[in-house]
Ligand binder design. Structure first.
Ligand SMILES: *[C@@H]1O[C@H](CO)[C@@H](O)[C@H](O)[C@H]1NC(C)=O
Ligand SMILES: *[C@@H]1O[C@H](CO)[C@@H](O)[C@H](O)[C@H]1NC(C)=O
Length: 488
């Protein structure tokens, strides 16, 4: 993914000699910035959080951040504590983890939303994610009213149809690429359910490849330097004209029409793109994590099936909202996946005033990254935070009933700007989880793969899986008769 493309591209760069003037220019710029840095650093408040700007002026710790993923945060938390400073993507930044500190950041109006420069270039200025103030409030209202419980309930059965159709295809093939197959489900669902589109065949392939280009560019070096992923991708996709059909569809959406200030074409395109992107990559990552962890933990898979059997859910029963809500273990497995490998690792903010935190001061104007991943790993859940253990949630419900009201489990963010589509995401994940449990049996062809964690956790090997149908009817019969036997 983007990490690989950066490394590949670095290797593919021409030797410096072929373009000496460009090299000199870069070198001089680096020296100048290093000098500015020294100056500003000596003048800086003594109360800055501890940390390191990295050895390289200009890019600072960007490469460790992009390449090490969770390890980047973990090693620095160990060294400096849960609030540390660094230098990422051309700017000094404070990285914040842990429920209490994340709460401080998200509960104050002295901190505003900020997007990475690459996000802004990809999604545009009017993107929902980078908005603040009144425009954001307005759009927040419209978007949230599009994800009401009634709407969500009406999506369960279409979700089920999409997932089952795909899983049926998997069993027919016998051998699939888990990543690609997961993306297929996520993007089909986003198109049909969020946007009301039904792309097929070549159109679908085109849309898919367009999205993986965006994905590669997402966290890559956000400047127009020859050879880096960002430039390559942006040049390949110079305009969003292909999405005008989304504009037509979205602008006829009654929820958006109700607001007086009608959105511009460009805004609607940005939002549509954002929603598609946000749902596709994150859900594909969630599906892959579940496929990997359930293959690795057969007891969990077996207990999921047992929960279905106990609730009298057969191999082909149609799902509804109520059924999905009534399966606590299914819910716990989903929560554990979101805790263990949150698809979004953190959120970016900017201090508009000095912010006091953990005895330090984040100066006005500085960037803040609140780490979801780091927060999940810091919090004292039952048991070992580094293992995938869905059973922890049941214990936690008993021992710490108020657990859910705190900021220590924040896969969708927290506070005012939680993910707009979180109910959609949770429902689709649950439908997926339920259907893979009762429809298929699978194994990882290569065993547990390495995970590329930036921008979004995905298995490096594409997750080849061997898949066969699962006989849920027989499982249910055996489960019922063994229950009878144990009652007798
Ligand atoms: C949350 O949103 C409300 C209304 O949109 C706003 O007035 C308030 O200042 C926000 N609070 C925080 C902490 O962002
Ligand atoms: C967005 O909408 C949600 C739900 O209505 C609300 O809780 C939240 O405070 C809103 N956020 C802002 C920034 O206005």
């Amino acid at each position: 993914m983007s990490v690989l493309s950066i490394a590949d591209n670095l290797r593919g760069l021409p030797p410096y000699g072929t373009d000496l003037s460009a090299f000199l220019l870069i070198a001089v710029t680096c020296l100048f910035i290093a000098w500015c840095f020294k100056r500003s650093r000596s003048a800086v408040d003594q109360r800055l959080p501890p940390g390191s700007y990295g050895l390289l002026p200009f890019i600072g710790e960007t490469f460790p951040f992009l390449l090490d993923g969770p390890k980047y945060t973990r090693t620095r938390i160990e060294k400096y504590g849960p609030v540390f400073r660094s230098h990422l993507l051309l700017e000094p930044i404070v990285v914040v983890s842990g429920a209490q500190h994340v709460n401080t950041i998200l509960a104050t109006d002295d901190v505003i939303q900020l997007s990475f420069r690459s996000t802004k270039l990809l999604f545009g200025d009017s993107g929902f994610y980078s908005m603040n103030g009144e425009p954001h409030r307005m759009l927040n209202r419209s978007l949230r009213s599009a994800f009401t419980p009634t709407v969500m309930a009406s999506l369960i059965q279409p979700m089920q149809n999409i997932v089952r159709e795909r899983l049926h295809g998997w069993t027919k093939l016998g051998l699939i690429q888990g990543c690609e197959a997961s993306k297929d489900i996520a993007i089909t669902a986003a198109n049909q359910l969020i946007l009301g589109l039904d792309f097929k065949g070549a159109e679908f392939e085109k849309l898919k490849s367009c999205f993986s280009d965006y994905s590669d560019a997402f966290f890559s070096f956000p400047y127009d330097i020859p050879g880096f992923a960002f430039r390559r991708k942006v040049l390949i996709n110079p305009s969003l004209d292909g999405f005008s059909i989304l504009h037509t569809l979205l602008s006829t959406n009654s929820n958006l029409d109700q607001s007086d200030d009608s959105l511009t074409t460009r805004q609607v395109q940005d939002i549509a793109l954002e929603m598609l992107y946000a749902s596709q990559e994150t859900l594909a990552s969630s599906f892959c994590t579940l496929l990997m962890q359930l293959a690795e933990n057969p007891r969990v898979l077996n207990d999921l099936r047992a929960e279905l059997a106990t609730n009298d859910i057969g191999p082909n029963d149609i799902l509804d909202y109520k059924t999905l809500k009534s399966l606590p273990f299914l819910n716990d497995v989903m929560k554990e996946m979101l805790r263990y490998a949150p698809p979004i690792g953190g959120g970016l903010r900017k201090a508009v005033k000095d912010v006091e935190i953990a005895g330090y001061v984040i100066p006005a104007g500085w960037r803040i990254l609140f780490s979801i991943e780091g927060t999940h790993k810091l919090c004292k859940y039952n048991g070992d935070v580094e293992t995938f253990d869905p059973y922890r949630w049941k214990k936690l419900r008993v021992e710490d009933p108020h657990h859910s009201s705190r900021f220590d489990f924040i896969p969708f963010g927290a506070g005012n700007r939680t993910c707009v589509g979180q109910d959609y995401a949770k429902d689709l994940i649950k439908v997926f989880l339920l259907e893979i449990s009762r429809c298929i049996d699978w194994q990882m062809v290569n065993g547990m793969p390495d995970i590329a964690s930036c921008p979004i956790p995905l298995p490096r090997d594409g997750l080849p899986l061997s898949v066969k149908p699962f006989d849920m009817k027989k499982f249910k019969e055996i489960h019922e008769s063994s229950n009878l036997a144990s009652e007798a």
